[in-house]
Design a protein around this ligand. Structure first.
Ligand code: ATR
Length: 279
């Protein structure tokens, strides 16, 4: 009975848009069952995972704070998850529980959709942040063959550790405006600019005129960073696409069909987002 059940584990999970996305595709593809929000307290993780496995669910997504710890409860983690150092999707292959990560795919798929010529935009990339999201972004950039990647993070030591692992460079967070000189792509992989968080203070004046700015934040959809990029005539890429594409790959893993990321889905998810945002 549970074979078609999927869901999201995390703590908390109530805010997630994933049920909206997955239910939409389930209806389109006639796949019965539900995508459940499953809060699992970090202290009860072992029990929570055991009970999910006992139900024989098809698979599940994993969010904060379980993305790193979940690997210990799985039979295998694939290369992508190993490289990123985090699992965001678990798939049941018969009796085997496999961990993968679809965040890097999500980041890159949306970038490809938004930027017609990827090669010039990938020549000089600046990434802000060095947390889990930044790891997926840097992995995706490496996979896509980015030229130079410069990592800037408030805590320099975290950036240095990530940079050593991925073979990229780091710079000083305080120097970020100047370090944008001639950057062809800027990625905000911090949570700055998100509703309820501090704003991201940055001046895009030094960026190349044909550059792109990609904010992984999607609430609000139009962050002050993207507004500034648009004002300067740069390509502005919002974070909703990454969310939709990481879900697309997870859906394919579970149900064997690649669902469409199209304008209708975006409108559907945006309506759900608007309905829950404070006026
Ligand atoms: P995630 O998994 O979503 O990436 P995270 O691992 O907590 O979340 O990382 C959050 C990122 O946002 C980090 O790069 C963090 O910088 P630090 O390593 O210095 O903590 C960055 N960040 C969060 N608040 C910040 C702030 N007020 N100013 C600058 N950077 C901030």
């Amino acid at each position: 009975m549970s074979a078609q059940v999927t869901g999201l584990i995390g703590w908390p999970v109530a805010h997630s848009l994933s049920p909206v996305i997955h239910q939409y595709w389930r209806e389109r593809h006639g796949i019965a069952g539900t995508y459940e929000l499953i809060p699992i307290d970090p202290a009860s993780m072992e029990r929570g995972i055991r009970s999910l496995k006992a139900r024989g669910v098809r698979g599940f997504n994993v969010t904060v704070p379980h993305k790193e710890r979940i690997a210990a409860f799985l039979d295998i983690t694939d290369n992508v998850a190993e490289q990123i150092g985090a699992v965001n999707t678990v798939v049941r292959d018969g009796a085997t529980w496999r961990g993968t990560n679809t965040d890097a795919y999500g980041f890159l798929a949306h970038l490809r959709e938004q930027v017609p010529a990827l090669v010039p935009v990938l020549s000089r990339v600046v990434v802000l942040g060095a947390g889990g999201a930044a790891r997926a972004v840097v992995q995706a950039l490496r996979e896509a063959g980015a030229g130079s990647v410069l990592l800037l993070n408030r805590t320099r030591a975290t950036a240095d550790a990530l940079a050593a692992e991925f073979g990229v460079k780091t710079g000083d967070w305080a120097e970020r405006d100047a370090l944008l000189a001639d950057a062809t792509l800027l990625v905000n992989a911090t949570s700055l600019g998100m509703i309820g968080k501090e704003p991201l203070r940055i001046n895009l004046g030094a960026m190349a005129p044909t550059a792109a700015v990609y904010d992984i934040v999607y609430a609000p959809l139009e962050t002050p960073l993207l507004a500034q990029a648009r004002q300067r005539g740069l390509i502005a890429i919002d974070g909703l696409g990454m969310l939709l594409y990481q879900a697309q790959r997870a859906f394919e893993e579970w149900h064997g069909v690649l669902p469409a990321v199209d304008a209708a889905l975006r409108a559907h998810v945006l309506a759900a987002l608007a309905a829950r945002s404070p006026a």
